[in-house]
Structure formats: structure tokens, C-alpha cells
Write a protein that binds this ligand. Structure first.
Ligand code: ADP
Ligand code: MG
Length: 613
């Protein structure tokens, strides 16, 4: 039999490659935007007609190309970005496969104008289905303009497969947003059918996010920052109360490249666990900087999936960085309650009478529900006093609603928790202890059953975390120092925690190899509790692996609140019950304990009525 294998002609090979690179108009937009970025453009204009089916044009003010390069750029495997195999391990550019232009040219009509800054004349090239129709000198601006017309004109099957203009436009906008978010210092202008969709001036990351997603976004963002020898994480996460059921604001960028990663998304979901409803998805804009040698971008033609050398560590670092940010954010939020003196003093409800026998809390706080227009109000209310808004750059948000944080006074539209209490405005809250385990509390629609142990854990946790962060040390000096014996490694652990424990009021003296003297303890702690508290702290410290612990402060606060919280079986008088309810509703996060257990349940009047049927 004769030989039957032959090499495919270039234009056929290009068409096949195009099948991988160009799925739809948005793929063209992505490739061309990335080329403009790689060319060092500081301003990029995107013009789209009919969802990209008729025209996609990108104009940049980047480096431009020489006449030879302009012609060569449409060849397969033609790239200026790598020249040797080793270059694959230090990729800093978006492109490097040299296939995009060749692929696009195989399936569309192309018109390119390009000029190097230093040349007087530029080049105009027209290509149809891989065939160069004309090439001429032309008087054009420095930079490059590529117009891609009639996409898939020669592959009817693909063209018919395209969705409506609206859907294709949506895909294009997604790609546009990803590139725009990753490159805030570049100006972007985007037109569809003659109307401007985006006009993004040169900016920085936070402002760019706001430019892209709207002014309301600013108040949702919490910064995240983490640096290890291997990587740098920066960016923003959206506060838990803004999590949505739908996807749309989840972004990972690795070295400036948007990527999809189910694994890293899982890390985000797990960091938010307990803070958002299970069917909700948190928003995030995470920028990872890693050594290009530790990633493999090459595993997918569109390069949206990449492989990390050490994915597990990355997962752990990312998760803990997010938790850390959320923790800090909780603390900052608590600082806003200066109208509630209970939150300014270390907490010990057993010995304290409440200042006001009314329940007082942030009426606008809702960890879940966000209705149209409400978020501004919510944040505004919590921001009323010089608190955390300083963390955020000065973009306008709905400030000035401090008065909303009034006692028992809920906004009609505010959240479920708020609605629960609505009718009790001005009236005294009645509480009752049930089985020395639960606090019952009447609400508008029925009954609130609060787990006293978990509620107190939450209150203590937030208060401890606040102390640890503010470092406003108050200590109770002991007349007779306490002496505790520990083994060597326990002494070492205590040493490691000494500074944080000092912040809480512990003062250690006379460190010996196997014992330590304690002269001061936190004001809210009883002397006879100290031994138990420290023992359980040491046990927790030992258990927590380094990567798992969000931060030492978080670990300490969790451990201490667990040991010190009132337990099931403890009797609470009515003053203590009220104080607990009062303080719980002053917390940032009221419905789950620091260990993600529900704090209360509600029994509605309806539930009760049903029982009587
Ligand atoms: P890759 O980006 O993977 O190198 P492309 O096919 O996208 O492959 O582009 C081929 C080459 O054409 C690039 O390496 C670059 O040298 C040149 N090029 C493409 N677009 C531009 C542009 N907008 N400005 C300057 N040069 C460009
Ligand atoms: Mg490219």
C-alpha cells in the first residue's frame, strides 16, 4: 500500500488550532486584549458590533510592530515572547504560544494597522482565511489596531452555534472585566454598537474594582494581604453579608492572569464557612504573585487553568489569609459600637449589671439578607462613628446613618434579625432561663431560644479579639503571685504567646525551666480559673498546626472563650440573662458561635399554633 500520511497545509492546521483557541467572539477579545497588554499599552480601546459577530476591533498605544513582524505575527508559532524552552519557566507575558493571531486569521477577515513609535510610516495588512490579501505602508498612529470581522465566516457550523448577540456580548464583557481588573493602571474604553459600555481611566486595584462593578461595591470590600517567601496574596474579599446565590464576582489572578480554579475557590468557600449561607458564594478579587517557575500555564490553550507546584500549601495560606482578614474586619466592626459601653469594657456578665435594661444592637446588621439599596445603609450605620471606614479609601458610601443604630428600632426593610424584634420597640425584653441551658426571649413573631454557652462564647470571642488587636492592656494585679508548673515545651509555648497574653492582662514573671510565676491576670478572669484556662490554651496551641491557625490572636480568643464561657448547667439570674442577650446582639456575628455552631433558634407563633391542632 502506498504511503498515506501527509502534512496538513498551514491554513487547515490553523483552522484546527482555531477550534481550540477561538470558541466564540469573547475568545478573540481575550487574545487581542492580552496582546495589547503584552505590547505595553497604557490605553486600550475595544469596539464591538453585534456581540462580536460582525466586528471586534482593538486599538492600543503599545509598542507596535515593524512591517516584517506585522506579517510574521500571523504565522503559526510566531511569537516574540519566548525563544527557548527554558523561557517557558519564566513567563511574564500573557501570550507565548504564538497561535492566537494565526488562529483568528484562519477564520475571519482581518485588518491590521501597526506602527513602531520611531517609524514614520506604519503597515496595513488585510488577511482573509489565512490568506494575505494586501500589505501596504500606511500613515497610522503608533501602536496597533486590529479589526476582526465576520468571525467564522468560513465555518458555518461554528457561526450557527453562536448564541444571541446579547449572550455573546455578556461573554465579551466578562473577558473585558477580567483583563481590566488585572491591569488597573491601563485605561480601557469599550463600545458596543456605538454606545460606550465602560470608560475606565487609569487607576489602582480598589478603584478599578469599583469602576467596573459600581460605586456600591466599595463598601463591600475588605482588603486581604499576605506574604510568604513563596508567594504574595493581595486583593479584596467581599464582606460575608454581601455574598450572593449567583456567581459573578469571583476572581483569581495569578501573575496578572485571570485563572479558574475550583480548588482555590474551595479554599475561599471554606474560609467563609459559617459566615454565609451554604448556598451563597462570597465575592473575591484575589491577586497571587508567584515565581513563574512554580506554575505551569501551559495546560490549557486559553490558559485559564494553570497548575501550581504546591497547591496544598497555597490552599492553606489563602484560606488563612482570608480568615485573618475577616477576623480583623469583625474587630473593626465591633469598634463602631461606642454608643454601647458594654463593648468598651472587658466582659464579665456574671458580675455586671447592664447599663440599660433594653436590648441594644445594630439594627442594620444582617449577615444574610441584602435588599436593593440597603447595603449602603447597613454599612453606613455601622460606620457612623470614626471606625473602620478609615480602612477604606475615600470613595463615597452611604455614611451618616449612625442614628439608625438605635435601640430596638428596626428599619422596615432591614434583615430577618431586625424584623424579629420590630414590635418590641421601646418595651422591655423579657427573658427566662430554661433547663439552665437556654435563654428564652420573646420576639415579635414568637420566641427566641438562645444557647447560653454558645452565645457567651461569641461575646467573649469578639471582645477578646478586640482586646488583642487594640492592645489596650488592663491587668488585675494579684496580691500573691500564682505559680504553675509546666514541662519544657509548655514553657516554650507560653513564651511564644507571652506578648498576646500580656495584651489580655496576663503578666508573667520568674520564668524557670519548668515553672512560671503569674503576677497579673485579665480583669475579667477569676483567680481559680487561671490554671484551667492556661491548660486548655496549651492543649489547643499544641493541636493547631501552623497553617490551620488563622492567627495567634484568633487561636487565643477561641481557646479562651471556650474555657471561660458560661456552661450548660450554670444558673443565670435575670440580670445576667439580659446582659447576655444585650451583648450578643451587640456582636458582629450573632448567629453562629466562633466554632460555627448555631447560637439561637426561633419558634414562631405559627409553630406553636400547629402544636395545638
Ligand atoms: P503570542 O501572544 O502568544 O506571542 P500571538 O499570535 O497572539 O502570539 O501574537 C504573535 C506576536 O505578534 C506576538 O508575540 C507579538 O510579538 C506580536 N503582536 C501581536 N499583537 C500585538 C500588538 N497589539 N502590539 C504589538 N505586537 C503584537
Ligand atoms: Mg497573544
Amino acid at each position: 500500500m502506498a504511503d498515506i500520511i501527509q502534512l496538513l497545509p498551514d491554513h487547515v492546521a490553523n483552522q484546527i488550532a482555531a477550534g481550540e483557541v477561538v470558541q466564540r467572539p469573547s475568545s478573540v477579545v481575550k487574545e487581542l486584549l492580552e496582546n495589547a497588554i503584552d505590547a505595553g499599552a497604557s490605553s486600550i480601546k475595544l469596539v464591538v458590533k453585534d456581540g462580536g459577530k460582525t466586528l471586534i476591533q482593538i486599538v492600543d498605544n503599545g509598542s507596535g510592530m515593524s512591517t516584517t513582524d506585522a506579517r510574521l505575527s500571523f504565522e503559526r508559532h510566531a511569537t516574540s515572547k519566548i525563544s527557548r524552552a527554558e523561557d517557558l519557566f519564566r513567563i511574564q507575558t500573557k501570550g507565548f504560544r504564538g497561535e492566537a493571531l494565526a488562529s483568528i486569521a484562519a477564520i475571519a477577515h482581518i485588518e491590521m494597522h501597526t506602527r513602531l513609535e520611531e517609524e514614520e510610516l506604519g503597515t496595513e495588512i488585510k488577511i482573509e482565511g489565512s490568506k494575505v490579501i494586501s500589505q501596504e505602508f500606511a500613515a497610522v498612529a503608533p501602536g496597533t489596531s486590529i479589526a476582526v470581522k465576520n468571525l467564522f465566516y468560513n465555518i458555518p457550523a461554528r457561526r450557527n452555534f453562536l448564541k444571541s448577540n446579547q449572550v455573546e456580548l455578556r461573554h465579551i464583557t466578562d473577558e473585558f472585566q477580567r483583563v481590566a481588573l488585572a491591569h488597573p493602571s491601563v485605561e480601557f474604553i469599550y463600545y458596543h454598537n456605538g454606545s460606550p459600555l465602560f470608560n475606565l481611566s487609569e487607576s489602582e486595584t480598589r478603584k478599578r474594582i469599583v469602576q467596573v462593578f459600581g460605586r456600591k461595591t466599595n463598601e463591600k470590600l475588605v482588603p486581604i494581604e499576605e506574604e510568604t517567601p513563596q508567594l504574595r496574596i493581595s486583593g479584596y474579599i467581599c464582606k460575608p453579608e454581601f455574598a450572593k446565590k449567583s456567581r459573578g464576582e469571583q476572581f483569581f489572578f495569578v501573575n496578572g492572569r485571570f485563572i479558574k480554579s475550583a480548588y482555590l475557590h474551595h479554599a475561599m468557600m471554606s474560609a467563609f464557612e459559617g459566615l454565609i449561607r451554604p448556598d451563597h458564594i462570597p465575592g473575591y478579587f484575589i491577586f497571587l504573585q508567584v515565581d513563574p517557575a512554580t506554575i505551569d500555564i501551559n495546560i490549557h490553550p486559553t490558559k485559564t487553568e494553570i497548575k501550581f507546584e504546591d497547591e496544598h500549601t497555597l490552599y492553606a495560606i489563602l484560606r488563612s489569609a482570608v480568615k485573618h482578614s475577616l477576623g480583623q474586619f469583625n474587630v473593626s466592626a465591633a469598634l463602631d459600637f461606642d454608643s454601647d459601653p458594654n463593648l468598651q469594657t472587658p466582659y464579665h456578665f456574671r458580675n455586671k449589671s447592664p447599663n440599660n435594661p433594653e436590648v441594644s444592637f445594630d439594627s442594620s446588621f444582617n449577615p444574610f439578607k441584602v435588599k436593593g439599596g440597603q447595603p449602603g445603609k447597613v454599612t453606613g450605620a455601622r460606620n457612623g462613628n470614626n471606625g473602620w471606614q478609615e480602612i477604606y479609601v475615600g470613595l463615597e458610601s452611604g455614611l451618616g446613618n449612625a442614628e439608625q443604630m438605635s435601640r430596638m428600632n428596626f428599619d422596615e426593610e432591614s434583615m430577618e434579625t431586625g424584623e424579629l424584634f420590630e414590635e418590641s420597640v421601646g418595651s422591655m425584653v423579657t427573658t427566662l432561663q430554661l433547663g439552665r441551658k437556654y435563654i428564652l426571649c420573646t420576639i415579635k413573631s414568637g420566641l427566641l431560644v438562645i444557647d447560653q454557652h454558645r452565645a457567651h462564647q461569641r461575646v467573649l470571642y469578639e471582645s477578646l479579639l478586640k482586646n488583642l488587636t487594640l492592645k489596650e492592656t488592663v491587668s488585675q494585679q494579684l496580691l500573691f503571685p500564682l505559680v504553675f508548673s509546666y514541662n519544657k515545651s509548655e514553657i516554650k509555648m507560653l513564651h511564644e504567646m507571652e506578648e498576646s497574653l500580656g495584651t489580655l492582662g496576663f503578666s508573667f514573671e520568674q520564668w524557670e525551666a519548668d515553672q512560671v510565676e503569674i503576677k497579673g491576670i485579665p480583669p475579667f478572669m477569676k483567680e481559680d480559673e487561671v490554671g484551667i484556662v492556661l491548660d486548655s490554651l496549651l492543649a489547643d496551641f499544641l493541636l493547631k498546626s501552623k497553617t490551620e491557625a488563622v492567627s495567634q490572636a484568633d487561636m487565643l480568643a477561641k481557646s479562651l472563650c471556650k474555657t471561660m464561657a458560661v456552661r450548660a448547667g450554670d444558673t443565670m439570674d435575670s440580670t445576667s440573662q439580659l446582659a447576655l442577650v444585650n451583648d450578643l446582639f451587640g456582636c458582629k456575628e450573632i448567629d453562629s458561635s466562633p466554632f460555627n455552631k448555631p447560637i439561637f433558634i426561633t419558634i414562631t407563633e405559627k409553630d406553636i399554633e400547629h402544636k395545638f391542632i
